[in-house]
Design a protein around this ligand. Structure first.
Ligand SMILES: [Zn+2]
Length: 305
């Protein structure tokens, strides 16, 4: 934890390039998992409110709501939609795609961040409206099968594995399994070119510990802490300079969006990428310590009786 703090602090020294976006705090704020959870999901109204659709970088566009992120990756061979969100959000996503001048029917692939309803419940409706193929990562499949809005079975047209590459019109997305939040939580990596420069985009699947998650002594998932730790390592090994995430707060969209159109692109933020990983690792560790402490106290009380 110390090391990652120091390296994030060191990188901040190189910050003047994107000084227009408010700088990150010098020290990691002590946020608990519940703080990050609330930061990410916001209110129900925010989950449903359309955020102005916008170009992010290269062939990547934002088509989600204020707190549920959806991305459109456009290619000459059709488009890729990342995250259909709740089924009730699909109409908004379709409208955002059209406002950007693209055709919802040109979406060829639908993929998702992880098997929770706020990111992938809309798959069936989005497939119905676009004719796209739904591509799932193997570990997402059991969770997806349980997401059946209005009794509709969850469509799955193709199953890929950790490390597999999905290719469309020259864009290649690599699936990185980053479990812990869910077994099938996946972060998507791909390269884009803007102004002749290559950038690495990484859509973080989620590193969140939901309020009801048991980290310490979890009989259903004894390896959950190891999953999270492996996921931090997986992400840190990817030299991403354009971090995105399943919720816009994971990459400070609200702070970067007003600076769109300035040079350099405000979404180029390698420091923010490492910062978000460190923030989540700290929160997970604090929650783990808290749960271990609680259980020790319960045991002590039980022994004393
Ligand atoms: Zn989730």
């Amino acid at each position: 934890m110390k090391l990652s703090l120091i390296s994030a602090g060191f990188l901040l020294l190189a910050a003047p390039l994107w000084a227009q976006v408010p700088p990150l705090p010098q020290e990691l704020p002590r946020l608990m998992p519940d703080d990050l959870f609330r930061r990410n999901i916001g209110t129900t109204a925010q989950m449903d409110a359309q955020f102005p659709p916008h170009h992010i970088i290269g062939n990547v566009y934002y088509v989600g709501t204020e707190t549920l992120a959806s991305f459109l990756i456009t290619t000459a061979a059709g488009h890729i939609l990342v995250n259909t969100d709740y089924e009730r959000n699909v109409g908004t996503i379709k409208d955002s795609v059209e406002k950007l001048g693209f055709d919802f029917g040109d979406i060829a692939f639908i993929i998702g961040s992880h098997e929770h309803a706020d990111h992938m419940e809309g798959d069936a409706l989005a497939k119905q409206l676009s004719g796209a193929q739904v591509i799932a990562v193997a570990e997402q499949v059991p969770g997806l099968r349980a997401i059946t809005p209005g009794g509709k079975p969850h469509p799955i047209d193709r199953i890929v594995a950790d490390g597999d590459v999905i290719e469309l019109g020259g864009t290649k997305l690599t699936a990185h399994l980053t479990p812990g939040h869910t077994d099938g939580c996946t972060s998507w990596e791909f390269d884009v070119v803007e102004d002749g420069t290559l950038h690495k985009v990484l859509i973080i699947g989620s590193l969140g510990v939901n309020p009801n998650y048991q980290l310490w002594n979890n009989p259903q998932n004894p390896g959950i802490v190891e999953q999270y730790r492996q996921s931090y390592a997986t992400l840190r090994a990817i030299p991403a300079d354009v971090p995105l995430g399943s919720h816009p707060a994971m990459y400070r969209m609200n702070e970067k969006y007003p600076h769109l159109g300035t040079t350099p692109n405000p979404f180029i933020d390698p420091t923010g990428y490492l910062y978000e990983i460190a923030l989540n690792e700290q929160a997970m560790t604090l929650r783990l310590q808290e749960q271990r402490q609680e259980q020790r106290e319960e045991q002590r009380e039980a022994t004393a009786q």
